[in-house]
Design a protein around this ligand. Structure first.
Ligand SMILES: *Cc1c(COP(=O)(O)O)cnc(C)c1O
Length: 362
């Protein structure tokens, strides 16, 4: 069967060469005589896999030595609680910027643990932009500032890194990690659920500056304590072995195809195919402010809920899958992560043109 263009926001497409490599190694990995799916996480052969996954991530993202890389479970959502439990430990204050649903959830979770305050929000305009902040926006004694770097549901992204002074900046990069180079040194912690741009569901990446480790509250569950996870090389218990292995293959693919600088160019080109078309016509509306447009999740509507529904249905039948917007916002969303080829985006735009012609608005 022919592979479709899967525009899902997550889990999402994986690079075809990665799937093919994984398939070729599925039954017997190397000369181990067994599948990675069956392997002990304590075996030397698996040790090599997790160590190279980490080394590759460090190389591709240029992660300095004073940061730890953790391979965790529980998804990005578990981090919403782990972050305050580990970091809200000095003044007990944390500042949150709400720019979409996930940052709001993170904020609401943190409120359970201390003095979390929303210092900036884009909820006044249905999260169609990224709030602008200055150092003065934040409490200087806050334990950290939390942002979501790319808003998967609304389709916005940060084009600047907020200046938080000495307050560590924590960023949810679930839907944009590995899409372009980022200066890791500007962040105290970066985290991401892997199922958008890194690996299958089940793996969560945490990249954290060493000085932020070791201050967890006494009540912090062992499994959520970053220091314990770091001291045990992410193997306090059984890690998500297979997603880590796929993560390694994805990183090898990224490296072979030019790393993040090249990836950014490709992603910009892909996003431009869609946004240039959206800007050239008035059938579809792109609700996001131009300066905040996501490179990964492109949202648009026809302005007519029935037409939106018809669009998603016809697109699906033609092999443009999962183009329907998030259930909370409606409309359409094309998630064009690293693995989506440029042809997929070009073909989608051709379909959009045809649909507009065939379905004039009343
Ligand atoms: C998908 C997503 C989440 C939720 O991730 P889970 O791994 O399902 O918990 C959180 N934040 C962002 C930005 C996301 O895109």
């Amino acid at each position: 069967m022919k592979r479709v263009y899967n525009f899902s926001a997550g889990p999402s497409m994986l690079p075809l060469p990665v799937l093919e490599k994984a398939a070729s190694e599925l039954v017997c990995y190397g000369d181990s005589g067994m599948s990675v799916l069956e392997m002990s996480h304590r075996s030397p052969v698996y040790d090599e896999i997790i160590k190279s996954a980490e080394a590759l991530l460090r190389e591709v993202m240029i992660i300095p030595d004073n940061y730890k890389v953790l391979f965790l479970q529980g998804g990005a959502s578990t981090q919403f609680a782990a972050i305050p439990l580990n970091l809200m430990n000095g003044s007990g204050k944390a500042d949150y910027i709400i720019s979409g649903q996930f940052s709001k959830k993170a904020y609401q979770e943190a409120k359970k643990y201390g003095d979390a305050v929303c210092v900036a929000s884009s909820e006044d305009k249905t999260n169609s932009y990224i709030p602008v902040t200055t150092r003065e926006s934040f409490r200087p004694d806050a334990d950290y500032v939390h942002i979501c770097f790319n808003n998967t549901i609304y389709g916005t992204k940060y084009y600047y890194i907020p200046d938080t002074g000495d307050v560590p900046l924590v960023a949810d990069m679930s839907s944009c990690i590995l899409s372009e180079p980022v200066d890791v040194t500007k962040f105290g912690m970066i985290y991401a659920g892997a199922q958008k741009n890194v690996a299958p569901a089940g793996l969560t990446l945490v990249i954290i500056r060493e000085d932020l480790l070791g201050h967890a509250r006494d009540i912090t569950p062992t499994m959520l304590d970053y220091k314990i996870m770091a001291d045990n090389g992410s193997m306090y218990n059984t890690p998500p072995c297979y997603p880590i292995y796929i993560c390694k293959l994805v990183l090898e693919w990224l490296k072979e195809t030019g790393g993040l600088t090249e990836r950014k160019k490709i992603n910009e080109e892909k996003a431009a195919v869609l946004y240039d078309y959206l800007d050239s016509q008035d059938y579809y509306i792109a609700p996001v402010e131009k300066q905040s447009r996501s490179m990964m999740n492109v949202t648009f509507v026809t302005g007519d809920a029935e037409l939106d529904k018809k669009f998603a249905k016809e697109a699906d039948a033609l092999g443009f899958k999962n183009i329907k917007g998030h259930r909370s916002v409606g409309g359409m969303r094309a998630s064009i992560y690293n693995a989506m080829p440029v042809e997929g985006v070009r073909d989608l735009v051709e379909f959009m043109k045809k649909f507009a012609q065939e379905n004039p608005k009343g």
